[in-house]
Design a protein around this ligand. Sequence first.
Ligand SMILES: *Cc1c(COP(=O)(O)O)cnc(C)c1O
Length: 358
Amino acid sequence: MVAKKEKLYTPGPTTVPPEVLQASAQPILYHRSNEFREMFRALSANAENIFRTKNPVLTLTCSATGAAEAAIQNIGAAGEKAACIMNGRFGERWFELMTLYGIKTEVQNYEWGKAVEPEHIRTLLRDNPDISMIWMVHCETSTGTWNDIQKVAEIIKKESNALLCVDAVTSMGVHECLMDEWGIDVLITGSQKGFMSPPGISFIALSERAWQKVFAQNRRGMYFDLVRALKNYEKGLTPWTPAITLMAAARLATEMILQEGLENVWSRHQRLADMFRNKMDTIGLQNFSETPCNALSALYIPPNVPDITERLLGKYGIRVSKGQEKAEGIIFRVAHMGYCNEQDIEEIADAIEEILRQ
Ligand SMILES: *Cc1c(COP(=O)(O)O)cnc(C)c1O
């Protein structure tokens, strides 16, 4: 018997196309060679295109949490005041991170599954005019919730000079997110979600204003010193030995995204998300989120099938995720992002339907 194939539909890591896996298995490039520079420059240009920014997108050898830590270490000073907008586990993570760096962090907190209400941020800024940066998650993966970054950005620009820092880890290459046009100051993403690449590297871009703040700081650490990263980037290099094989993979994956066309990629995600939700609706499975994102669906676990994730894996080889922390035992999460098409949606939906019918 052939061993059961496992299909990965977790909201990170996501399935990597075979040709991208192959790209990561090529001979190692010396990271000071011209071949490396060429690969690195192509990857950076692709990422800048997907971020919709004219500013450099720096590739860091660490997961996305490392990119967030790099940002906070470089632009945040102990004692300054920031705000964290939270409607799930990742927002909570950025609150914890800022607190660890001694940043006084105001919070705007929402129940899990609820969307951020942009008008609340106006009030928050009027009440706290000394807030210098605001962290927010575009797609909150713990609840499958999309937040209106464009609206929030508009309000921030009207009300204050605070920098807007966005976790776009599950929205880059999934949802429209226009860094420069919307006025996002710090944007981070990882390789293992919509970028359909192996986990292990992340991407960060800063606006002109954010860079000014970085240059003015006197303590930026070493490994994550973004000024060193920027100076090297200008030469097509990284300050330290990077994850060369993962960058080669991400270079191809981002090329595939751009070849499909970024707008087409966004609309494919919309189509797949709609298709999946309609199917779930028909069989009576409800969405947990008030404003579902297109990267994944968080669905209530049907009361008569509490072990739905185990059954999907055991019988169908379909790997999905459980809920985390306070959503554990309440929801399960199915990703439809990255390397995903209609056939995949059919397959998952049919398996769920069959389980419910039994
Ligand atoms: C996956 C994810 C992260 C980053 O997690 P890492 O494990 O550090 O890559 C951050 N934010 C969101 C919204 C995510 O989905």
